[in-house]
Design a binder for this molecule. Sequence first.
Ligand SMILES: C[S@@+](CC[C@H](N)C(=O)[O-])C[C@H]1O[C@@H](n2cnc3c(N)ncnc32)[C@H](O)[C@@H]1O
Length: 194
Amino acid sequence: MTKFDKKYWEERYQNNQTGWDAGSITTPIKHYINGLTNKSIKILVPGAGNGHEFEYLAQQGFNNSYVLDIALAPLLNIKERLPQVDESRIIYTDFFEHNGQYDLVIEQTFFCALNPELRQQYAEKMHSLLKPGGILAGLLFRFPLTEQGPPFGGSAEEYKTTFSSLFTIKKLEEAYNSIKPREGKELFFIFEKK
Ligand SMILES: C[S@@+](CC[C@H](N)C(=O)[O-])C[C@H]1O[C@@H](n2cnc3c(N)ncnc32)[C@H](O)[C@@H]1O
């Protein structure tokens, strides 16, 4: 399998091969953020690419939110779009090497971009990045997992197996408000750190 490393992602951005980029925040995540009442919570959006979710958070006054990616190109785009945001909130690193403690981590087409062999490691890393009772929430694709990807698929059953020893599955159901191209193909989830 191709190595989906920093070089791979950097080249995808340089070659404009960014079919995953919805161009703006997706409706399920926007809806979820709109329901958050405490704007001081510490939020991380990892594997955020051009960071549309982060931009929305910043616009909505979530001033303790952070964006992270292994590729520099999209982070520079974010800096340009959001000059008012402190640079310390734009983190250029490998997710698996990042340390921090967050109340909420938002998942948007990051999990599906990773080599499926890293799924357990992803769950463990998310667990370690969350404060007690912290939340991992967002979208996971629902289509068969094959050798083809990214994006790599999966099912609710597989996700339960991966996450349930570390998280309480508060919600894992078909998203009702997906963007058109993803309709019927994604699950909205809320997992609480055990
Ligand atoms: C499919 S893209 C999704 C980007 C963004 N979430 C979106 O929806 O537009 C996956 C992103 O994860 C980033 N990425 C891949 N592996 C990573 C890692 N180990 N640490 C941090 N970011 C990573 C890539 O650079 C890319 O921006």
